[in-house]
Design a binder for this molecule. Sequence first.
Ligand SMILES: *Cc1c(COP(=O)(O)O)cnc(C)c1O
Length: 383
Amino acid sequence: MKAAEKSISFIRDLYGSQAFIPLHEPKFSGNEKRYVTETIDSTLVSSVGAFVDRFEEMMQSITGTKKSVAVVNGTSGLQVALQLVGVEPGDEVLTQALTFVATANAISYNKAHPVFLDVDLDTMGLSPKAVTAFLNENAEIRENGCYNKRTGNRIAACMPMHTFGFPVRITELVEICSQWNIPLIEDAAESLGSLVGTKPTGSFGEIGVFSFNGNKIVTSGGGGALVTGNVKLGEKAKFLTTTAKEPHTYEFVHNELGYNFRMPNLNAALACAQLENLDQFLNKKRELANIYKEFFSSMNIKFRTEDSGTKANYWLMCLELENRKERDMFLSLTNESGVMTRPIWKLMYKLPMYENCLRDRQKNAEFLEDRIVNIPSSVIGNI
Ligand SMILES: *Cc1c(COP(=O)(O)O)cnc(C)c1O
């Protein structure tokens, strides 16, 4: 396949390297070392420290929300977010099958059932049309919420995900969910810095959840953040994720089953330094996306770009190849030659723990599953 070989040498030239080229690596060229060293010097490396507060304030300001809560990783953030909006065992949660497994797992940790609905071809995220069709066919509003008439279960939340940082049709989804009285949580783990109009992803739902894992656009080593416009809900999130401890100078009073989902100060220090440079990361990602766009269009290969009216963070760049055979050929040639590429995720209902879940026809998700591959997306050079 000539196209794969040309792509390999183009990517090698871009990164100026004949060695292995990973899909995504972090960059630490700001205050990272200084802040991390500060926490060590102060001994405040763990559950107490000023960097956690600073990180939460930065997240509020970046996302334009009223309250942010730092947590140990994105997955636990999603788990708690669902609990906070009232998801209970036996409830159903609407989401997409085309996602990273953590989205579905967070639903399962609450002993709720994921319902997998199709995505849009352009956004690769939950389709408002699919949600409307499912609700019209199956749902009715009762006194205490929206119910699935067929299963008798409550539809307790909807959790769309912004795939690779490309914003989902979030304003439509918010509108539909409010009509049906369903709380909406954004899995914004991949979309820090992405915008719909001028409004940041993560700020549309009752709660938005970000990840700061090592492979995301910026990292705390491991970590996550909840954001919300609802201060009460935010305070409840802080309470639940810090072992539900009532404030007291020395007594241990815990009056609810809480979690130890705190982000350590050591990790928050790293995150603060990274967030200081978020704009530069976003600019460099966009530059790289433009370079790729030009190259791949000259090759007649479809490089995925943001939809009009939105700004993607271009966290992971992706190509849409002709069909599954072309995809497999591209994946094997690139990976064999040390340029890392990866297919989009296997759809959730193809995994053993989710094979019996409710779902609709997944025409678009299956189309994308056969064709989308991620290509090296690390920022080039220093920040
Ligand atoms: C990374 C990611 C998560 C989970 O984040 P962690 O911090 O790794 O737990 C959740 N959902 C999606 C879509 C992700 O990409």
